[in-house]
Write a new protein. Structure first.
Length: 339
C-alpha cells in the first residue's frame, strides 16, 4: 500500500541505498497514478491531501539526508504544494462559510439603532438556517423510508430531534430582551411577521400538516417562495413515506382503520417489527418537539407583548394558542388509546 511504501522510502533515504530508493520511486509514482485513475476527485479528498503532505515531507527528508541545501529543499516543497479552492486559491474558514456576506446580513431598521434589534434579527436568522437544515433532513428521511432504508430514516429523524430541542431552548436567548427593549423597534417591523416564514410553513407541509389556505393568505411572498410552498403541498410528506414502509411489509394502510390495526400489530410484536416501531416513535418525537416549540413560542410572545395584535395583522398570542393542538400524526397518538 502507499503508506507502507512511504515508510520504506523514508528508511531508504537514511541509508538503505539508492537502488531501492529508485525502485520505490517508480512504485510510488505508479500507485499515485492508480489512485488518480480510480476517482477523478481523489486528489481533492482529505485522505489524498494527507497522503500528498506525507509524501512531500518524506521527499524533503530525503533531500536533506543526501546533503542538498535548503534552497533545493524549499524548491521541492513548493513544487509539491497542493492548492485547492476557487481559481487555485487557498480555501479559508471565512471564505468557505461566506462570513463577509453572512455577517453583513443584519441590517437594523431602528434609528437611532436600538441595542436589542441585532439580537432579534440574529435569533430569527438562526431559526431560518435551522429550518433549512430540518427541511434537508426531513426530505432525506422521507425518501429513505420510501426506499426501505429504515435505519437511515431513523438516524435522520433523531438528528432533527436534536435540532428541534435547540430551537426550543433558543427562545431563552430571545427572552433576555425585555418588553421595553422590544418596543423600541417593534413598530418598525410592521407589516413583517413570523407568520410569513415560508420555510417554517414548508416544514409543516412536509411533516404532514398540509393546508392550501395558508398559501392563499400569505402576503408579500415572492413567486419563488410561493412555488416552494406549492411544491411542498404536491410532494409526499413524511407520513406518506411511513405509509410506504407499512406497504413494503405487507401491512394494510388504505384507511385510517387499517393503519391503526397495522400499528397495533407493530406495537404488539416489536421483535418482528423493531425497525418500523423505531421509525414510528421517531416521527412521534418530531411531532412532540414541534408542539413544544409552539407552546414555548406562544408563552414568550405573551411575556413580550401581552394581548397585542401581531405586526403582520394576526391576533397575536390568541392565534398562536389556536395552533397548539396541531398534530402531524394523529394516528400515532391515537394508537396509545388502542394498546
Amino acid at each position: 500500500s502507499v503508506p507502507q511504501l512511504l515508510v520504506l522510502r523514508l528508511l531508504a533515504g537514511v541509508g538503505l541505498g539508492v537502488g531501492l530508493d529508485g525502485e520505490l520511486d517508480d512504485r510510488l509514482s505508479g500507485s499515485a497514478s492508480s489512485l488518480q485513475a480510480l476517482s477523478p476527485s481523489a486528489a481533492d479528498s482529505p485522505t489524498e491531501r494527507t497522503r500528498q503532505t506525507a509524501e512531500r515531507d518524506v521527499s524533503t527528508s530525503d533531500l536533506r539526508a543526501r546533503g542538498y541545501g535548503d534552497d533545493m529543499v524549499h524548491e521541492q516543497a513548493e513544487e509539491s504544494f497542493v492548492s485547492f479552492g476557487e481559481q487555485g486559491a487557498q480555501l479559508t474558514y471565512g471564505s468557505y462559510l461566506r462570513l463577509p456576506q453572512l455577517l453583513d446580513s443584519q441590517h437594523l431598521e431602528s434609528d437611532p439603532p436600538a441595542h436589542d434589534e441585532l439580537l432579534f434579527i440574529t435569533i430569527h436568522q438562526v431559526y431560518e438556517l435551522w429550518f433549512q437544515q430540518l427541511l434537508h433532513e426531513a426530505t432525506a428521511a422521507r425518501d429513505a423510508m420510501s426506499r426501505g432504508e429504515l435505519w437511515w430514516a431513523q438516524h435522520l429523524l433523531q438528528r432533527m430531534q436534536v435540532i428541534e430541542r435547540v430551537l426550543v431552548h433558543q427562545v431563552d436567548v430571545l427572552e433576555t430582551m425585555t418588553p421595553q427593549d422590544f418596543l423600541e423597534f417593534r413598530q418598525r417591523l410592521a407589516p413583517a411577521s413570523g407568520f410569513q416564514s415560508v420555510q417554517y410553513r414548508e416544514l409543516e407541509f412536509l411533516s404532514g400538516a398540509k393546508d392550501p389556505s395558508y398559501v392563499e393568505r400569505f402576503r408579500g411572498i415572492t413567486e419563488t417562495e410561493k412555488a416552494h410552498l406549492d411544491s411542498r403541498l404536491a410532494e409526499p410528506s413524511l407520513w406518506d413515506g411511513f405509509l410506504d414502509v407499512l406497504r413494503a411489509h405487507d401491512l394494510p394502510c388504505a384507511t385510517d382503520a387499517e393503519i391503526l390495526e397495522s400499528l397495533r400489530a407493530v406495537a404488539h410484536d416489536r421483535a418482528q417489527y423493531a425497525p418500523i416501531w423505531g421509525v414510528a416513535e421517531a416521527l412521534l418525537q418530531h411531532d412532540e418537539l414541534a408542539a413544544q416549540w409552539r407552546a414555548r413560542h406562544v408563552t414568550m410572545v405573551e411575556r413580550m407583548i401581552g394581548g397585542k395584535s401581531g405586526t403582520g395583522g394576526s391576533s397575536g398570542a390568541p392565534y398562536l394558542r389556536s395552533r397548539l393542538d396541531l398534530k402531524y400524526y394523529p394516528l400515532l397518538w391515537a394508537l396509545r388509546s388502542e394498546l
